[in-house]
Design a protein around this ligand. Sequence first.
Ligand code: 6PG
Length: 630
Amino acid sequence: MKTKIIFIIGVSGVGKSTIGELLANDLKIPFFDGDDYHPKENIKKMSNGEALNDMDRYGWLKKINELAINQLNTESSCVIVCSALKIAYRNILNEGIKQNSEWVFLQGSFDQIKERLDNRKGHFMSSDLLKSQFDILEEPANAITINVKTSPKNIVEIIKNKLTEKTEFGLFGLGVMGKSLSRNLANNGFKLSLFNRHVNEIEENVALNFKNQFTELSSALPFDNIASFVNSIELPRKIMLMVNAGKTIDLVIEDLLPHLSEGDILIDGGNSNYKKTKERVDYLKSKGINFIGTGVSGGEEGALKGPSIMPGGTKETYKKVQPFLEKIAAIDKNNLPCCTYIGPEGSGHFVKMVHNGIEYAEMQLLADVFVLLKRLGNNPNQIADILESWQNTSNSYLLEITIDILRKKEENDWLIHKIMDKAGNKGTGNWTTIATSELGVPSTMITSSLFARYTSFFKDERITASNNFRESETHSLKFTEADVSKAYQFARIINHYQGFKLIKEASDTYEWSLNLSELARIWTNGCIIRSELMTTLVSVFKNTDNLLQDNSFIRELNSLKPFVKKVVSDSVLNELAIPTLSESIIFFNVFTKSESSANIIQAQRDYFGAHTYQRKNDTSGKFYHTNWKN
Ligand code: 6PG
């Protein structure tokens, strides 16, 4: 047991000294009776039947607090009994020792205690003062609370059990991801407290039932009561919130706050908006609580077997949660955890958001590839075979799952043919698109894949449009499977270039000092966008922040360019819908021109709005205005 000061509190006559002495004997640690630390004047007042006021108590409580601090300094646990009926009194006792104090509240009814006091002889406090004690009593929320109906021996046993029952880590919210992470933590030997709310007839005994379902959770403590859940975790508490992103996080924080202690750490493991995360970091800091906003990628299976984890917050706070997060993370090819300190504020959630943006584009590229290979006359099984052969050049988790998906049959047809072609989303692609606009970075492939999802949603209108604008005569296809493979490789490089460029821009703008190579490294396993390409990026980003300036990528893009041009131009002629693959070469054509058409835009802006423009032959950066009508 780490060094602890065990305060046993409650009204006079509740049996504090008896229990305290028994407990101290049992634990073989010193026992101190707070009453022995009263100054003489207080004792006199009390034996005259006068109640103590707060001034009388202040010096007394300070003395007991000093005693506790001395005990801690000599690394000696102890039991201290003291009435400490008000929060303010307990705060004085707890000054500077919060991380090492345990509170036991002995509870009894007025009649029960009165009877005890009336039977007690030689005590300096009369039972008449009991009422005033009950009047001022503020029951503690975070103490081990025990009703004194039972025998002192039992009470001591209960206290001992509760004291040793503290867990190392709390998991709040047992949805799919929360459950998988809990099992992962438990499998790694961590003692957990598990919480899920109680909703009559809808969510009942969720934590308890979950615990009973899996042997690895045998030592986990299940709760549906927030105070008990929080109490069961050792200080400083580490509580991971696995609840829906958005308003729910704020509601949960408000529910937890009254029970938390200074220095506790909340970890938001959902897909939260990075700006909100910064607000939460600041808000909780003002309350003395630390906040880590972390991306967790890998879906249900990743969460269970090893996700990629992207924690943001202060480095100091990260250090305290590091042993937990790094232990449950996936490992890279060098056996290092796919979890690293990302940076301050909402940077963890920012990079997870961009991860999802890259994910959207990678998914859409495979959807585009499906369209092309289908048009080349392949059925889903054949497409799966082709994609399997691409694993030599373009392997990725998303490629692997797409192969499985394409092979899945239901009755006599492929399941993919039966799935409604309307894509959903939970918002991270939207936020990435907003961020890329706000930061002024052209992550156009992420945007195009998001808009492809949005476009898909207008199913009825698309049906009408397909009747109004019938496909014109098709040309014979000029591209082959091999061309599509090369075009796909080209587009993936541009997607990764754009995604990492967005991260770099955010890092510079917000002064986050993000390490792109480390980021690529923790994305080589566990997460949805893990791939061979990502593994290559780990070393590339050690030398440059810009993929388009890396010699090997320059060579590769130059050699792949003819194929993407062929595939995209032929697709346009054949009216094939490949929004994201096309965007890769459209962006590339724009970005690789030393002369852009933006001079026309600048002139137009100056014409109608006197927005001014700069001249190529004036390097001072001076702005000019022209009176265009003369
Ligand atoms: C992951 C995923 C995961 C989830 C996203 C995407 O990294 O494990 O990105 O976080 O799949 O929420 O969801 P939508 O496609 O619904 O936006």
